[in-house]
Every structure is written in C-alpha cells, then in structure tokens.
Ligand binder design. Structure first.
Ligand SMILES: Cc1ncc(C[n+]2csc(CCOP(=O)(O)OP(=O)(O)O)c2C)c(N)n1
Ligand SMILES: CC(=O)[C@@H](O)[C@H](O)COP(=O)(O)O
Ligand SMILES: [Mg+2]
Length: 644
C-alpha cells in the first residue's frame, strides 16, 4: 500500500461512507476497517497538517461507537473535537478530509453546520458532558429515544465544567454515557491529582481474577453489564480500585478497558447502551499517536503537526524567519525573573504554546501548569498577587474568555497586580473562529483599573513585558499574535513604558492612522501609498488600548482632516474607546472624518492568516480605501443624505 501522501488502498473503508454501512460489517471485519481508517487519517493529515495524535488514539473507539450506537440519533459529542478526523471519515466526509482546516474546507473540529453527525461544535475543552446531557434530557423530555454520548479526554477532565456537568448528570439516567478517553496526555503530560487518580485506576494494585471481579461487579453494575465483565480481562484491573470518584458523582463506572481492543470495546459499549440504569462512565485507556511510529515516539505524540512525509514523519519546516512572539515573550520573562524573585508564571495546560516550557526549564519552582483550568489559573494568580508575588498568567486570548468572571471579580475589582500575557491575540489562521483572539481588547479595556497594551512588534513586546513586570498598581495585560515577529532588532535593555503613552512613528499633516498592535506594519505601508497620492500621513502606535493617550489622540484629531483607528480585534475595542473619547470631548463636532477599522462582525472560518486579514479588510489596501472614501464623503451633513 503506497503511503506517499496519496490515498492508501482501503478495500473495506471504500465500502463505508456512513455509520449505517459500518454496521453492515461483521464484527470480525472491524479490525481491518480500523487499520484502514488509521492509514487514511495519517495520509490525509500528511497533506493538510492539523491535529494527529489524538485522532490516531481514538480510531478503534470511533469505529466501535458508530458500530454500537445509533448515530446520528444517538448524539455523539467529542470534547475539544481535535480528535474528530476518524469520526468525519466515517460520517460521510472522507471525500473532503483533505480539505481540513482550509478556507471553505472541513473544520478541524466538530461543527454543527457541517454534518448531522456533529450535533455539537467544539474546540474549547470540557464542554462535551454538559452538551451531551442537554441532548439526553431533551430526548427524555420529548419522549424520544436517543442517548447523549460524550467522549472526553483525561486532559479535558481537569476543567471544572466537566464536574459541573457530572454533578448534574443524574437528570439523564441511562440516556447519558460518558466515555473517558484516558491516554495519559494533554498537550503536554497531564498534571494534578486527577491525573494521578486515573493512573492509579489504570495501574491497579493487583490483577484480580475474573471470578472475584464478577462478584464485585454483581454488586456495582446494572445486570446486563455482568456479561461484559466475564468477557474482558481489563475489567478486573480497574475494579480492584473502582471508579470511586465517578461513582460518588452518581455514575456507574466501567473500566478501565483497552481502548484499542475492539473485542472488548464492542461488548462493553453494547452493554452500556442497553443498561437499564445510568448514567455510565466508561473509562477507556488509549495511546495518543497510536499506530504511527513517529507520533508514538514524539514527546507531544504529534498533537498538532504541519504537513508531513508519512513515510518518515518529517514535518514541513517553515522557512527560517524572525523569532516567534511566543519565544520573545518567554525570553523576556526569563530576563525579568532573573532580576526579580517575585516573578512567577502560570499556564493552563499550554506550556509549549505559551513558551512557559522554556520559563519552567529556567525556573521550575516558579512555574505552574494548572491543567485545563483557566478560571482557576486566573484566581490562583490573584491569590499569588495578593500575597506579594508578581504572577504572569499566560493564556491564549480565546481561552482567557473562559475565565472572564475571574478576571472581573477576582482581579479587576480587587485591583490586584496580575500580569496577563495574552498570546494568539488576533487572527490565528487554520484553527479558525473558535481560536481567533478577537475579543480580549473588547472584554478587558472596558474594565476599570485595567491596563491593556498591544505590542506592535517583538521589540515592543520586550518593553511591554518589562512594563508588566514592574507594574504593581493593578492588573495589566499585553497582547501579541500567533507566529513570527517582524525581524526588528530586540532591545538589549528593556524600557519601562509610561502607562497610557503612545508614540508617533511617522509624522504627517492630513491623514492620521492610529494603530494598535501589529497592524502597525500595514499602517506604515498604507501611509506610503497615501503619501504617493499626495496625502501627508501621520502614523501613531498607541501602544495602550487602556488608558488611552488622550493628549496624543486629541492632538491628532484636531490637526488632521481624516483619522483612522486600526486594530486586530472586534468591535468594542480601541476604535470604540477613541470614538467615545472624541464624542465626550466634542472632537467630532467640527466635521472631523473619523473612521474605525476592526475585525468584521462575523466568525471567520479556518483559513490562512493572510487571507483572513484580506477578508477582514485590515491590510494596507483597506486602510487606503477607508481614507479615500472618507475624504470623498460629502461633508455637507445629514440633509444631503436625506435628499439623496
Ligand atoms: C478551554 C481550553 N483550554 C485549552 C485548550 C487547548 N487544548 C486543546 S487539546 C488540549 C489537551 C486535551 O487533552 P485531552 O482532553 O486529554 O485530549 P487528548 O489530546 O489527549 O486526546 C488542550 C489543552 C482548549 N482546547 N480549550
Ligand atoms: C486543539 C487546541 O485547542 C490546541 O491544540 C490549539 O490548536 C493550539 O493552537 P496553537 O497551534 O496556536 O498553539
Ligand atoms: Mg489525553
């Protein structure tokens, strides 16, 4: 079978478009089908890049679920959804699987709009049990058959929302089935007490004989499950410990069982499906990256990969370029921590993504990976700050959304000096709308006491990390984008920026572009074009979305004919604050042409950043158009519009 990135030959998989086709197969054919499915996933992701390790780990589980349950009537909800590629191939989307994460192609996560087999969208973790519970209870209330099935990983079980849902699960009785996919991995190795508990469940003290096990089961599980017990050796292993935590929450705990062994998965899932009582939690043990040697051998199990050669596993390398913003942040924070023992750092299960893996290597005792628990991360940081530490909470813009009340209630109202390092701010490309960092300026700059900065380039980021480090007067945030910097030289010595002060990068007279963050590069390109059209253009890097540099903004708005704000953020950010200030101070009473440029009020699909920027109309061309349109705009006032 050729694997050179073309479609491998898959005689059985070719017969399966939908789960109904799968269910026509004899059980003893499922092994071959799973093997072919795994090869198809490897082949497809070799072409598209994306999330590989987690999908490889659930090939058998996906096959078994669609074989046993009546999907789409039984609602299957994948947690995070990054492991959904095998699921998409088995649910009518194999023909498009090589369009994954590309504009107009398949989403890299589950998506309601894409298929009835995706009853619930995902991408942010730990939502699946709540959603599956919703489906289950709705079916019960409507007298309909149909289960809610949540497949949630061990990493995703570290978020509080999973326990909120399990606490409520009795509502659904036997209509709710939770499948815990335990591969002993998050993106990094999992952390915390839960991970230790699951490890104990899996590596039980002694291997009970099935006979003893069967007796134990008789006391614990609904009748139909007894048969499964006799069929699966792995039951014995788990029952030695019992899933006490889950049982105390009202679940029938079943497992742990081998999540790659279809001969065990099928009977257990059939019995759980037919159990008279519930809810049930089935604990399956899998291997992230299973069945692909380069993934199995990798420390991250090929969690997220670029396109790769499926024969060697070698990933496509981006051409060498400037350092990433993440790397510059980590290096700058290490320098701050060398100067100040109060500096510490917190990540919510994203050490490599935030660069805190590097910080942790330098300062292991001052680095905290709290698991997928952003709400806890923020309030933990607030506690650290209240007791005199200088915590940096490094959380992607999109994931910080999950901790908004903690930001308001525990940090802003108490005016605690938590530093927020907001990575992936702005558009992120292929992860699409669920991961775009569109809203952090909108949701932070509206909070009293907050200082909100945006780095225009990596040199500015170094200054802003230092400014955060030494700022003890309350909460402060610096946002910066995914990807590489501009290549500008990094400062040998970081400067402490004056809070609320922007800077003029280019002096002109007629047009003023007020830029926030990395759109500065496009603003300067636009200024060149405008200058060539005879329009003298000023470019300011405001640096702060809060507090605004009111003196600078007032000077620009009262001395230029057209002013344009630009930011890589949603409505309600910098532009809104400048408009509010201008309105409050009567700066728009005298015919000033003031326009704001921001992300469009839509959720953008997966795509490449450059296309997303063009679609968002946030590039130099769009700035020029906005200025010229404003200048052409008839300034005779409302009466004209009325007569037009
Ligand atoms: C709220 C939230 N925080 C962080 C992430 C980033 N993230 C994506 S997958 C993942 C690890 C998930 O681990 P697990 O649930 O065990 O799934 P596995 O990858 O092991 O299959 C993380 C931290 C996320 N998707 N959502
Ligand atoms: C599935 C998930 O949420 C993460 O894997 C995310 O895709 C990482 O994003 P970056 O690739 O920007 O680190
Ligand atoms: Mg896991």
């Amino acid at each position: 079978m050729s694997l050179m990135n073309d479609r491998p030959s898959t005689p059985l998989l070719d017969q399966v478009v939908w789960p109904a086709d799968l269910r026509k197969l004899q059980p003893d054919r499922l092994r071959q089908l799973a093997d072919e499915l795994r090869q198809e996933v490897i082949s497809a992701v070799g072409v598209t890049g994306g999330h590989l390790g987690s999908g490889l780990g659930v090939v058998e589980l996906t096959t078994a679920i669609h074989y046993v349950f009546d999907t789409p009537n039984d609602k299957l909800v994948w947690d995070v959804g990054h492991q959904c590629y095998p699921h998409k191939i088995l649910t009518g989307r194999r023909d498009r699987i090589r369009t994954l994460r590309q504009g107009g192609g398949l989403s890299g996560f589950t998506k309601r709009a894409e298929s009835e087999y995706d009853p619930f969208g995902a991408a942010h973790s730990s939502t699946s049990i709540s959603a599956a519970l919703g489906f289950a209870v709705a079916n019960r209330m409507q007298g309909k058959p149909g289960k809610g099935i949540a497949v949630i990983g061990d990493g995703s079980m570290s978020a509080g929302m999973a326990y909120e849902a399990m606490n409520n699960a009795r509502e659904a009785g036997n209509r709710l089935i939770v499948i815990l996919n335990d591969n002993d991995m998050s993106i990094a190795p999992p952390v915390g007490g839960l991970s230790a508990y699951l490890a104990r469940l899996v590596s039980s003290r002694e291997f009970l004989g099935l006979r003893d096990l069967a007796k134990r089961l008789a006391r614990r599980l609904p009748r139909p499950l007894h048969n499964a017990a006799r069929k699966t050796d792995e039951f014995a292993r788990g029952m030695a410990m019992g899933g006490t935590l889950f049982e105390e929450l009202g679940f029938y705990y079943v497992g742990p069982i081998d999540g790659h062994n279809l001969d065990q998965l099928i009977p257990v899932l059939e019995n759980v499906r037919d159990a008279a009582e519930g809810p049930c939690l089935v604990h399956v043990v899998t291997q992230k990256g299973k069945g692909y040697a380069p993934a199995e051998a990798a420390a991250d199990k090929y969690h997220g990969v670029q396109k790769f050669d499926v024969i060697t596993g070698a990933q496509a390398k981006a051409p060498p370029g400037p350092p990433s913003y993440t790397g510059v942040f980590a290096k700058a924070l290490i320098a701050e921590a060398e100067r100040d023992p109060a500096i510490c750092a917190i990540t919510a299960a994203m050490p490599s993504g935030t660069g805190l893996d590097k910080f942790g290597a330098a300062f292991p005792d001052r680095t905290f990976d709290v698991g997928i628990a952003e709400q806890h991360a923020v309030t933990f940081a607030a506690g650290l700050a209240a007791q005199g530490m200088r915590p940096f909470c490094a959380i992607y813009s999109t994931f910080l959304q999950r901790a908004y009340d903690q930001v308001v209630h525990d940090v802003a109202i108490q005016n605690l000096p938590v530093r927020f390092a907001i990575d992936r701010a702005g558009l992120v490309g292929a992860d699409g709308s669920t991961h775009a960092g569109s809203f952090d300026v909108t949701y932070l700059a509206s909070l009293p006491n907050f200082v909100v900065m945006a780095a225009a380039d990596e040199a500015e980021l170094v200054h802003m990390v230092h400014t955060c480090a030494v700022h003890d007067d309350g909460p402060i945030a610096v946002r910066y984008p995914r990807g590489n910097g501009t290549g500008i030289a990094l400062p040998a010595t970081p400067e402490r920026l004056e809070i609320g002060k922007g800077r003029i990068v280019r002096e002109g007279r007629q047009v003023a572009i007020l830029s926030l963050g990395t759109r500065l590069e496009e603003a300067l390109k636009a200024a060149e074009t405008l200058e060539a059209k005879g329009l003298s253009t000023t470019v300011a890097d405001l640096r702060f979305a809060k507090p605004l540099d009111e003196a600078l903004i007032r000077r620009l708005l009262t001395t230029h004919e057209v002013a344009v704000t630009i930011e890589e953020g949603a409505v309600g950010g910098l532009g809104a604050h400048v408009l509010t200030m201008a309105s409050d101070q009567g700066l728009i009473d005298n015919g000033l042409k003031l326009r704001t440029m921001r992300l469009p009020d839509i959720f953008q699909d997966q795509d490449k950043p450059e296309k997303q920027y063009a679609d968002a109309r946030l590039d130099a061309g769009a700035i020029v158009d906005t200025v010229l349109t404003a200048l052409r705009h008839n300034s005779t006032g409302i009466g004209t519009e009325a007569r037009a």
